[in-house]
Design a protein around this ligand. Structure first.
Ligand code: NOJ
Length: 534
């Protein structure tokens, strides 16, 4: 199947597209799609010059997905390293997980690839437990880990590539998980603040763009509602669907296994502590570093554009609530100081509350920008919580994310117009913040029976990027304050609980040939785009 399927670690709506895409995709249909993909790119006539010269166009990765070697040279394990070891059956090809794509050792070679793509920004993450193996300052700093990131940053700068650094990308040090249960515990806030402080101190003379936390909604939902990511906490009966249900028969990812937990309360507690942690780090950066380092800091949020499934008032209200329960869950506290009204009304006493002091800290603490991870759009249907099922976060919004309604004659959740609409929504709803598209990417399922030539032939990916850049550009002309776009991902790398079974990369990795990186057609197209070769 070549159309974008479900992502375990991204917004729920991405999963919905599987249902639509699977039906649309067949071997013979692909030929037509390929030809029209290429024709469409030139028809769009979008070029690098349509964006300002100080606009960043980059590529992204994250430590766990690329580095491997987590426990080498003094590093400590993260919760993902622990899960791959303790629950090998939960990750396809988990034997490969500890090596990822060998990025820790190959970063110099990889920077050449990034340079060759003609991009001016690279988004990567620092592995917390590589520089603080015990998670906290008291456990000591691993100098070899620090040396590694210094060298990586210096090499990027030498090559004229601006580092965009994610401080925390899903890889909680296992030591802190064991010590106090990770971010279910408010002690997390102090440790995250100390770790961020260390990053600013060590690297802030050269790093001017910081993302604090990547996709807190994914951390809360996948780790604490449906248990498919560490720490695997949930309270769903065995066999219950995690993502994609109901109706029966459309389950995409089964839940669990659950290692204790409460799917109706813990996702909200986890998110609450993550929000407070982000605000604390923004305050720290503002007060201690910003004047001297002159950088900027923000958070990365997963976002889906929700279009009402029908013209009914009920579906319109459902779309509004889905926005509230996803993007608004984090944006409203960080911009206005509290959770969206609909969340407070529907989740009631299960939703933690902010004290007056916290509200005033939170209000205006988004930072200098918001990073938006946009992959797809979804339709929104009114849906009361199923009466026979236990309460859980996904049912609380009284809304179902489904295939987008037939807007343009094509029912397809991979909908570039959605990005334009989302940018407009963010601009109007949240005081026109500065935005980076911190992720946008196209995935296909790995298919080992394909020839190398077939694996590298991905016109859909090139077309996906061109169409999203085109729509983003339109949104900018309409006033959206967007400063950069990062394609996800540079490489076919570890897709968390799905192992190597999903491929987002511009580059294919040949594991049988010492992790050799091969550019796909999309990489060649992207390089031409960035180098203005049209
Ligand atoms: C969001 C996550 O930040 C990233 O790590 C993941 O690979 C992509 N989405 C695709 O699912």
């Amino acid at each position: 199947m070549e159309a974008s399927p479900c992502s375990v670690i991204s917004s729920l709506a991405i999963c919905v597209m599987v249902l639509v895409a699977a039906a649309a995709s067949s071997a013979s249909a692909q030929v037509g799609v390929n030809q029209s993909s290429i024709a469409l790119i030139s028809e769009l006539n979008i070029t690098r010059d349509d964006f300002p010269s100080d606009f960043y166009i980059g590529v992204g990765t994250a430590a766990t997905q690329t580095e491997g070697a987590a426990e080498e040279e003094g590093g400590g394990p993260s919760v993902w390293d622990h899960r791959a070891k303790m629950l090998p059956g939960s990750i396809p090809n988990s034997d490969k997980f500890p090596f990822a794509i060998d990025g820790y050792k190959r970063y110099k070679e990889d920077i050449k690839i990034i340079k060759d793509l003609g991009v001016n920004g690279y988004r990567f993450s620092i592995s917390w437990s590589r520089i603080l193996p015990q998670g906290s300052l008291r456990g000591g700093i691993n100098q070899r880990g620090v040396d590694h990131y210094n060298s990586l940053i210096n090499e990027l700068k030498r090559n004229g590539i601006e580092p965009f650094v994610t401080i925390y990308h899903f890889d909680m040090p296992q030591a802190l998980q064991v010590k106090y249960g990770g971010y279910l515990n408010s002690k997390f806030v102090q440790d995250f603040q100390d770790y961020s402080d260390l990053c600013f101190k060590l690297f802030g003379d050269r790093v001017k763009h910081w993302f604090t936390i990547n996709e807190p909604s994914s951390l809360a939902v996948y780790g604490y509602e449906i248990g498919i990511a560490p720490p695997g906490r949930c309270s769903l009966p065995e066999g219950q669907c995690g993502l994609g249900a109901p109706p029966p028969g459309t389950c995409i990812v089964p839940a669990g296994p659950c290692f204790g937990g409460n799917s109706s309360t813990e996702p909200y507690i986890a998110a609450h502590n993550l929000i407070l942690a982000h605000a604390a780090v923004v305050k720290l950066y503002r007060e201690k570093y910003q004047e001297e380092q002159k950088g900027e800091v923000g958070i990365v949020l997963a976002a889906t554009y929700f279009a009402p499934f029908s013209k009914s008032q009920e579906d319109k209200a459902a779309a509004k609530r889905l926005f509230d329960f996803t993007l608004g869950w984090f944006m409203e506290p960080l911009v206005f100081g509290d959770y969206p009204r609909s969340m407070r009304d529907l989740v009631k006493e299960r939703l933690p509350t902010f004290s007056a002091e916290e509200k005033s800290l939170l209000s205006g603490s988004l930072g200098n920008f918001v990073g938006i991870n946009y992959y797809s759009s979804a339709g929104a249907k009114h849906r009361p919580p199923p009466p026979t099922e236990k309460l859980r976060h996904s049912f609380d919004s009284w809304a179902e994310a489904t295939a987008i309604p037939d807007v343009s004659g094509v029912s397809n959740s991979n909908w570039p117009q959605g990005l334009q609409k989302l940018m407009n929504y963010v601009k109007n709803k949240y005081q026109r913040p500065q935005v980076y598209i911190s992720e946008n990417g196209y995935t296909n399922t790995r298919n080992d029976s394909r020839s190398l030539h077939e694996r590298l032939y991905d016109p859909h990916r090139a077309s996906y990027i061109a169409r999203h850049l085109y729509r983003l550009n339109k949104a900018m002309k309409n006033g959206a304050n967007v400063k950069g776009y990062f394609y996800w991902a540079l490489f076919d790398d570890v897709e968390w609980g799905l192992g190597f079974s999903l491929q987002y990369g511009l580059y294919y990795i040949d594991f049988g040939n010492n992790y050799k990186r091969y550019p796909k057609l999309s990489a060649r197209w992207f390089r031409d785009f960035n180098n203005k070769n049209y």
